[in-house]
Design a protein around this ligand. Structure first.
Ligand code: ZN
Length: 194
């Protein structure tokens, strides 16, 4: 158990150090399948994901009932809806990473660059804006991600899912790198040669 908790803490520190999350934004969760059923470990609300302690991580069941102390991320509903629809995934990383989120606030889509494995669609899927923490966002995000591994939330941020936390974390980093590359390309293409 402590291994699972520590993995969430390490992921928070990594993403913070890589500037994919800042302030008190972002949330990370992991599905743990135990002998007594499955539950979700998630980062807390209103705390920076940098330097979390084991007691900060909150445990809930799939219906959102608290199994530990603390208050889960305000996006707990979104995490739970995705876990309920996707039995194949065990980790979710949500960030407001600056380049990818910049695209989310623009009318430009993020291209799915090489490196994701199989290229399914030319652009990363996205859903329209819903209020953070709302039931509407939870439902639309869980439907919008479908069988994909990443979803752009318009005017908000990014969700990455994976079979394990390492996979979801690497994907979040890759999406941000892809958005950065695309941003640089757009800038270079928009200026005259000097
Ligand atoms: Zn958010």
């Amino acid at each position: 158990m402590i291994k699972n908790i520590q993995e969430i803490i390490d992921t928070g520190n990594n993403l913070y150090n890589k500037n994919l999350i800042s302030g008190k934004s972002g949330n990370i969760s992991k599905r743990i399948r135990g002998a007594s059923g499955e539950f979700i470990a998630i980062t807390p609300t209103l705390k920076s994901l940098s330097g979390l302690n084991p007691e900060d991580i909150v445990l809930v069941d799939l219906d959102g009932n608290l199994l530990s102390n603390g208050k889960p991320s305000s996006e707990i509903g979104m995490h739970l809806e995705i876990y309920k629809k996707r039995d194949d995934i065990n980790a979710i990383v949500h960030t407001h990473a600056p380049y990818a989120t910049g695209f989310a606030f623009s009318d430009k889509k993020i291209k799915r660059l090489e490196g994701f494995g199989e290229i399914k669609k030319p652009y990363l899927p996205s859903i329209e804006y819903e209020k953070p923490g709302s039931e509407e966002l939870a439902v639309n995000a869980s439907e919008g991600i479908g069988n994909d591994d990443v979803l752009i939330l318009k005017n908000h941020g990014v969700i990455c899912v994976g079979e394990n936390l390492k996979e979801a974390e690497s994907l979040a980093i890759f999406v941000e790198e892809s958005a950065k590359t695309q941003f640089v390309t757009l800038m270079l293409n928009s200026v005259e040669d000097i």
